[in-house]
Design a protein around this ligand. Structure first.
Ligand SMILES: [Zn+2]
Length: 415
C-alpha cells in the first residue's frame, strides 16, 4: 500500500462531516492537485467522545461511496503505541507510531553496539547535499544519538511488527512520529534516526519530526517562520540523502502535525516541496467540529442557543477541558468573553469570533481554542447536539468544505 505524494489528514470528532471534508479534497483535484484524504483520530479523542475506530472507518467508507471517490483514501490510527494500537488494527490502514515517550529510553549495550557498527561508516565529515556546512560526526555524537533515539525507533519497530502480526500482512502505511517532544531534531540527528528506521527495518512512508515554534490547535503558527523554513528544507534534504545513501523507501516524505490552521507556514511548505519535488502529508486536528459550531450559530434560533450554551459550559470547565491539551493551546483566560456577553451575540457575531479569519476584527483566538477543546461538552449533549447538526447540515457542510479548501488547501498549494 503506497501513500500518494500529497495527502491531507482530516479530523472529524463526531464523524458527521466525511462528505463535506471529501468535497474539499475533490475541489483540489478539480484544480489539478492530486490530493488524497486521510481520516485521522487519536485514542484521546475516541475516549472523550466514546467513539471507536470502527466509526471513523464507517464514515470514510460512506463518504467515499456517496461521492464516488475513485482514488486512494486512508484511515489513520493517530498517535498510537503498543498499549493502544490493537482496537485500531481491523479498521485502519495508516498507523502513526508515536514513540516520543521512548526518546532517551534504555537499550541493551549489545543493540547499541550493533547500531554503532552500522553508523561507523558515516564518521568524519557528513555532507548533506544542499546544506552548505558539513556535520562533524564522531563516536561521542553517535553514542549520544543512539542514547536518545535508538530506544524510540526500536519501539516503533515493535509497534510496527505488532500491527503486521495482527493484520496478518504488511500492507499498510506506517508513520514514525516524534513531534510531541521538547526540541526539534537537528539535520544530523534526523539522518541517523532514518538510519535507525532502516536498521530496524521499518518501511515508514512518512516521518513527523519536531519543528521549531508552537503548533497550537486550531490557530496560526507561533514562532520564527524563517527558522521553520530552514528546518523544513534541511529535513527534506536529509530525507533525500537517506534515500540515496542507505536505500530506505524512496517515497518517504515529511508529515507535518499542523494542529490545523498554520496559515503563515502553509505557503512556505508548499513552495519548498515544489522546489524539491517532494511529497507531503499535512495532518490537521479536529477543527471540523468548530465549523459545526459556526454552522449552528449562523442558523440562529435554537441552534445559536446551543452554540452559546456549549461555550457557557466550556467556560465554566476551562481547567478540566484544557488540561489534556495544555501543551498545544494557549488561552489567556482574562481575554475570554463572559457567557453572558456571548448570549447577547447574534449568529454573525458568534461566527466571526470563532471563524479563523485573522483579518476579521471580531476573530478571537482564545474563544476559538476554548471551544476547540470543548467538544467534550457537545459529546455530553449526545443526540441533542448531533440532531441539531443534522438539522442544519447544509449550512454546516458548507462551512466545513470552505474551511478546508479555502483556508488550508489553497494556502498550502498556492491555488
Ligand atoms: Zn502529532
Amino acid at each position: 500500500m503506497i501513500l500518494d505524494q500529497y495527502s491531507f489528514g482530516i479530523g472529524d470528532r463526531f464523524a458527521q462531516q466525511g462528505e463535506a471534508q471529501l468535497h474539499a479534497i475533490l475541489k483540489a483535484r478539480e484544480l489539478g492537485i492530486e490530493l488524497v484524504p486521510v481520516w485521522n483520530k487519536s485514542n484521546r479523542e475516541h475516549q472523550i467522545i466514546h467513539s471507536t475506530p470502527a466509526d471513523t472507518r464507517a464514515e470514510a467508507d460512506s463518504a467515499v461511496m456517496n461521492l464516488k471517490w475513485g482514488h486512494a483514501y486512508f484511515v489513520d490510527a493517530d498517535h498510537i503505541n503498543l498499549g493502544t494500537v490493537d482496537p485500531y488494527v481491523p479498521h485502519s490502514d495508516f498507523f502513526t507510531l508515536d514513540v516520543a515517550d521512548y526518546i532517551g529510553s534504555q537499550v541493551s549495550e549489545n543493540e547499541v553496539l550493533e547500531f554503532l557498527e552500522v553508523a561507523a561508516k558515516f564518521k568524519g565529515e557528513l555532507n548533506i547535499e544542499g546544506i552548505e556546512k558539513p556535520f562533524l560526526i564522531d563516536q561521542s555524537f553517535l553514542r549520544g544519538v543512539a542514547g536518545q533515539f535508538l530506544g524510540a525507533i526500536r519501539e516503533a519497530s515493535a509497534i510496527y511488527r505488532r500491527i503486521a502480526e495482527l493484520k496478518g500482512h504488511h500492507d499498510f502505511v506506517a508513520e514514525v512520529s516524534m513531534d510531541e517532544v521538547e526540541r526539534p531534531q537537528t539535520p544530523a540527528e534526523l539522518f541517523f534516526i532514518l538510519l535507525m528506521i532502516h536498521h530496524y527495518d521499518i518501511p515508514a512512508q512518512t516521518i513527523a519530526p519536531k519543528f521549531t515554534g508552537r503548533f497550537n490547535k486550531g490557530v496560526d503558527y507561533v514562532g520564527n517562520v524563517e527558522q521553520f523554513r530552514q528546518e523544513f528544507e534541511e529535513d527534506l534534504l536529509v530525507i533525500d540523502q537517506a534515500i540515496r545513501t542507505f536505500g530506505i523507501r524512496d517515497n518517504l516524505k515529511l508529515s507535518v502535525h499542523s494542529g490545523s490552521d498554520k496559515f503563515s507556514i502553509y505557503p512556505v511548505m508548499g513552495a519548498l516541496i515544489k522546489k524539491h519535488d517532494k511529497g507531503i502529508h499535512v495532518k490537521t486536528a479536529g477543527t471540523t467540529w468548530l465549523e459545526e459550531v459556526i454552522g449552528l450559530a449562523m442558523s440562529g434560533g435554537k441552534a445559536l442557543k446551543m452554540a452559546q450554551e456549549i461555550y457557557a459550559r466550556a467556560y465554566a470547565r476551562q481547567e478540566e477541558l484544557c488540561g489534556p491539551y495544555s501543551s498545544v493551546i494557549d488561552i489567556d483566560p482574562s481575554s475570554l468573553p463572559s457567557p453572558k456577553e456571548v448570549r447577547g451575540w447574534n449568529g454573525d457575531q458568534f461566527a466571526h469570533a470563532l471563524r479563523h479569519d485573522p483579518s476579521h476584527p471580531d476573530y478571537h483566538p482564545g474563544f476559538r481554542q476554548l471551544i476547540h477543546v470543548g467538544y467534550k461538552v457537545a459529546a455530553e449533549l449526545g443526540s441533542a447536539f448531533l440532531d441539531m447538526v443534522k438539522e442544519h447540515s447544509e449550512v454546516v457542510a458548507h462551512q466545513v468544505t470552505t474551511n478546508i479548501f479555502e483556508r488550508h488547501i489553497k494556502r498550502l498549494f498556492n491555488l
